[in-house]
Design a protein. Structure first.
Length: 315
């Protein structure tokens, strides 16, 4: 699911786009940010659908084999056991999945070669052969072959990678979240009764998280000049153009949380933005941001501008 760090990244991406653009339409970028969160759920549904498509291709493959000019006995009696897989049956009967698939207009006919290619990889694997030979199937063993399809067939496919990169602009960033959502789905689908198996939640409390990201986005922009002044005062020995834009945005977001998000501990704020900087900024950004934020935080505390509610939130 999307945790607060992922949500901070969504705000960072939107702020970067906002400041890079000549068109300063706050509503436009705010809407785009909200859509970027929903796109994670959409990506999740598309991936579940692709897993299903790979499984269902077993029937297409069997029909093709039987229609060969000189089919062998194996061609005429293809093992279609995977079509009865309990995970897939639960997915096919999951109302939330069906509603979401309809909402996002999920349809793989635009790239028929992808499913064909993925099934060919599956069919030629020793894991699939072992699955077909197994007779004492359980919910657990049925999930194992689906996990294999996801981890070793789809995620290892350069063709699948390209399709998701083309369809989802933040695929490289959201891929880890997607994997966590699919892993949670495997854990949730533990029952033979389809109605008991639930999809993973992309966000646990969307109303609260939505308010958080919108407020962080708006307040960072609203107080941009003041935050920039604080940063400039602590970086007098640095030429402005030498400070990476991402570093500046991360520091402004952190200052915003220091001052206006009273329930978030300052230590959490610092640690989160330092971790984000490791992925989205320069190799030296981590220590640079940490040093500047420490100085700004000390000054804000001395001026009484940090007001946190609850025990332990100041440290």
């Amino acid at each position: 699911m999307l945790n607060r760090r992922h949500l901070r990244v969504k705000v960072l991406q939107s702020l970067y786009a906002y400041y890079q653009s000549d068109k300063k339409d706050l509503r436009l970028y705010e809407k785009s940010m909200i859509q970027s969160v929903d796109s994670v759920h959409e990506m999740y549904i598309w991936m579940l659908s692709l897993i299903n498509e790979v499984v269902q291709y077993a029937d297409t493959d069997a029909i093709g084999r039987a229609a060969k000019h000189r089919p062998t006995e194996a061609d005429l009696n293809a093992n279609l056991k995977i079509l009865s897989n309990t995970f897939i049956k639960s997915l096919d009967n999951n109302k939330d999945f069906l509603v979401s698939a309809k909402k996002y207009k999920v349809e793989w006919t635009f790239d028929p070669e992808l499913t064909k290619s993925l099934f060919a990889t599956l069919k030629n694997s020793t894991e699939y052969a072992a699955y077909l030979e197994k007779t004492d199937d359980t919910v657990h063993s049925d999930k194992d072959i689906i996990k294999f399809i996801f981890k070793k067939v789809i995620l290892k496919s350069s063709l699948a990678e390209q399709v998701f990169e083309d369809k989802f602009i933040y695929w490289p960033v959201d891929r880890d979240v997607l994997q966590a959502l699919i892993a949670k789905t495997f854990k949730n689908f533990a029952y033979e009764e389809p109605e008991k198996n639930k999809l993973a939640e992309t966000v646990v409390n969307w109303e609260e998280d939505r308010e958080y990201i919108v407020s962080l986005f708006q307040l960072t922009i609203r107080h941009d000049a003041a935050f920039q002044e604080m940063i400039t005062a602590k970086t007098q020995n640095w030429e402005p153009e030498r400070i990476a834009m991402m570093d500046t945005l991360l520091m402004k977001m952190a200052i915003c949380e220091f001052m206006y998000f009273h329930s978030i501990p300052v230590k959490v704020t610092i640690n989160e933005y330092l971790e984000i900087s490791k992925e989205f900024s320069t190799p030296k950004s981590n220590s640079f941001i940490n040093g500047i934020l420490d100085k700004i935080l000390a000054e804000l505390k001395s001026e009484g501008k940090i007001k946190k509610t609850g025990r332990g939130l100041m440290e």
